[in-house]
Design a protein around this ligand. Structure first.
Ligand code: PEP
Length: 250
């Protein structure tokens, strides 16, 4: 059985003053039955890690560079994130693909760098609205998955895959439950074809895109949905906790 995971993505939000949300989150979930992660701006990782010490909350990052070190001004290497306390890293988020032109080959190189540094990767895939309307959702997702995993003969350690339709991120729109189920079934089959059934059965598949307290339970009821990657609703403990509770009771 895959682990069930509630992962938050603060994106480019938050300063140290907001880290009281971490204290509230760990207080609300002292012994969670699901894995809880928060992927933070790099500036907050070290202090958040200190605050979460001894708690079940895992602190993560939102990107890493593909190279281990060197002349890359403004970038951060996976090992530096791990050194700051990160245990997890989001890779291939659609906002990185759009804002920074990241393609599948670069996402794959970052995946390698993350694994080399011992970070648990959350690989994001998802179609645009135009791709969905053109009936190309599974083709696009298959290309993204194959592109990122092309150089991995064995599955990256601890791989988590997040299905995030671009048109659902931050919009309040979500796919139908059938549409989510179709993509998650496809992801499981694709991973099985690549790495075998036993491996594929253990890969957590997260849904992301406008997950809120009001829709979390029905989304977690979809087969092959093992959790969520949550943006806006992870910023406040009062929004994130009901999502964690819905996952716990799913
Ligand atoms: C995300 O940032 O990965 C995300 C899913 O955002 P939101 O939950 O705000 O749609």
């Amino acid at each position: 059985m895959p682990a069930r995971i509630a992962a938050g993505n603060w994106k480019m939000n938050g300063t140290r003053a907001d880290l009281d949300q971490i204290d509230a989150l760990t207080a609300a979930h002292p012994a969670p039955a699901v894995e809880i992660m928060l992927c933070l701006p790099a500036t907050l990782i070290a202090e958040a890690t200190a605050r979460a010490a001894g708690q079940a909350l895992r602190i993560g990052a939102q990107d890493c560079h593909a190279q281990p070190a060197g002349a890359h001004t403004g970038d951060i290497a996976a090992a530096q994130l791990a050194d700051a306390g990160a245990q997890v890293v989001i890779l291939g988020h659609s906002e990185r693909r759009t804002d920074h032109g990241e393609d599948d080959a670069l996402v794959g190189a970052k995946l390698r760098a993350a694994c080399d540094a011992g970070l648990r990767p959350i690989l994001c895939v998802g179609e645009s609205l135009a791709e969905r309307d053109a009936g190309k959702t599974l083709e696009r997702i298959g290309t993204q998955l194959d592109g990122a995993l092309a150089d991995f003969d064995t599955m990256p350690a601890g791989l988590v895959v997040a299905y995030e339709p671009v048109w659902a991120i931050g919009t309040g729109r979500t796919p139908s439950l059938d549409q989510i189920g179709e993509v998650h079934d496809f992801l499981r089959k694709q991973i099985k074809a690549r790495y075998g059934g036993a491996t594929a059965a253990d890969v957590p598949l997260l849904y992301g895109g406008s997950v809120k307290p009001a829709n979390a339970a029905e989304i977690f009821g979809v087969p092959n949905v093992d959790g969520a990657l949550v943006g806006g609703a992870s910023l406040k403990e009062s929004d994130f906790s009901p999502i964690i509770a819905a996952l716990t009771s799913s």
